[in-house]
Design a protein around this ligand. Structure first.
Ligand code: GGG
Length: 354
């Protein structure tokens, strides 16, 4: 029997509520499909930061290094500046393990109330491929003359040829593997003078190697409008770290809720563990109320199993989510129009695993 070693970091806010839900589903599905899961739990979080001054211990990366995967909840909580929490936990993990692909599906699930006009006639089912290690997420820059009227701040983006080419190549290869017709690039080369024309050049060069795939590009502003007006036209959308982050909240938002959206931070070469987390954050406004929607976390668990080679178990979870959402007596959390708790929705998904 295969046994996988999973490092578990619930993190902050609702992360502490939805991660246990995800683990319950993982335990149930592993019993059905006959594989083992061994968890190592880490309390790395803003709470830890407040008591020790660190989001994770100095040897945190080393401790995660021999896991088969990392299962993360959410990072960030009031009282700790967001750039401190992100740059001391989430971003070091992504970078140290070279998880340069952040893969985020956008899918209109049956049973999720979608605000779009004619939503029932639209098939929204595409993937966002977000660059995850460089770009606008950079510590290059600085502040001078602080507190004076000469104060200024410079923030630089970093686009390497290696980093740009490998994410664009991943998007084309992924489209080919998924039998998708189109790869769309998110750009802003009319306004961002150096980085985005470079991104466009590399995208055009890569597209030449994939003559069977339609390659198109949009500036991020009109692309955002098209996500709302005609989301059904997309297959695979590739973007820089910041553009990909924004689009992967907008996409699920267009389908009705970001609470169900999962993500995979992948090291495609499998030299290091990959990490799986919902797209949503720690939601301090509802933390502690036991009403957080666990679907983004549970779907992330399915992506983790798929990455580990347990495809059937992953499909079992996705089908159970769909069945739970479509049941006539469905038991869903308030964001989906119900009045059930995180645990009740999780029970309903577990009851639909088969
Ligand atoms: N589970 C995702 C999470 O904690 N997100 C917090 C956040 O703001 N992440 C920014 C990012 O993904 O770059």
């Amino acid at each position: 029997m295969n046994t996988y070693h999973i490092s578990v970091i619930p993190g902050d806010g609702i992360g502490k509520e939805v991660v246990p839900a995800g683990l319950r589903v993982l335990d149930a599905v592993s019993a059905i499909h006959g594989f083992g899961l061994h968890y190592r739990h880490y309390d790395w979080s803003c709470e830890l930061y407040k008591s020790t001054g660190k989001m994770m211990p100095d040897d945190g990366i080393e401790r995660l290094g021999d896991s088969d995967a990392i299962f993360l909840g959410a990072v960030g909580f009031p009282g700790v500046p967001d750039h401190i929490s992100l740059w001391n936990l989430l971003i070091p993990i992504r970078r140290e393990f070279d998880q340069y692909v952040n893969l985020r599906p956008v899918r209109l699930l049956a049973g999720v109330p979608c605000p779009l006009v004619n939503a029932d006639k639209k098939k929204i089912d595409f993937w966002i491929v977000r660059e995850n290690t460089e770009g606008e997420y950079s510590q290059v820059g600085g502040r001078m003359f602080e507190g004076t009227d000469r104060e200024f701040v410079v923030q630089q983006s970093v686009f390497t040829r290696h980093g740009t080419d490998r994410i664009i190549k991943f998007a084309f290869e992924f489209a080919k593997q998924q039998k998708r017709l189109r790869v769309t690039s998110a750009t802003k080369s009319n306004g961002i003078y150096h980085a985005m024309p470079y991104w466009d050049e590399r995208f055009a060069a890569m597209a030449k190697g994939y003559p069977d795939i339609i390659a198109d590009q949009y500036h991020i502003d009109i692309l955002s409008a098209r996500f709302v007006l005609s989301p059904e036209r997309f297959d695979v959308v590739v973007g820089s770290n910041l553009f990909g982050d924004i689009l992967s909240d907008l996409g699920p938002g267009v389908t009705g809720t970001i609470a169900v959206a999962p993500s995979a931070n992948i090291n495609p070469e499998r030299r290091h563990p990959s990490m799986f987390e919902p797209v949503h954050g720690s939601a301090p406004d509802i933390a502690g109320k036991a009403i957080a929607n666990p679907i983004g976390q549970i779907w992330s668990a399915a992506m983790m199993l798929e990455h580990l080679g347990e495809q059937q178990a992953a499909s079992t979870i996705i089908h159970a989510i769909e069945r739970a959402l479509c049941a006539p007596d469905r038991r869903v959390t308030p964001d989906l129009g119900g009045n059930c708790s995180t645990d009740e929705l999780t029970d309903s998904i577990i009851g639909n695993l088969k």
